[in-house]
Design a protein. Structure first.
Length: 82
């Protein structure tokens, strides 16, 4: 998987998790102490969060960082089946 594909997939994964919780980008940004523009850039695949921000995302999604990564791996696997 190329970097751009990875970034796009991770962005879609975060967007899906956020939408399941009925959170806006502003809601998620506030919860992790970031700004909505960065959330938007992550979801569009323009940037990938650092491990610090990934850990913050895991925290607000109520899981460990390793669980979040495992969920992302499962998400990629399911996307490839479609």
């Amino acid at each position: 998987m190329e970097k751009s594909e990875f970034n796009n997939a991770f962005g879609q994964f975060i967007k899906n998790k956020r939408q399941v919780l009925n959170w806006s980008q502003l809601d998620l940004a506030s919860k992790i102490g970031n700004n909505p523009q960065n959330i938007s850039r992550i979801e569009r695949g323009e940037i990938n969060p650092t491990i610090f921000w990934t850990a913050k995302l895991a925290q607000v999604f109520n899981c460990s960082t390793s669980e979040l990564i495992k969920e992302f791996e499962d998400f990629i696997e399911n996307q490839q089946r479609i």
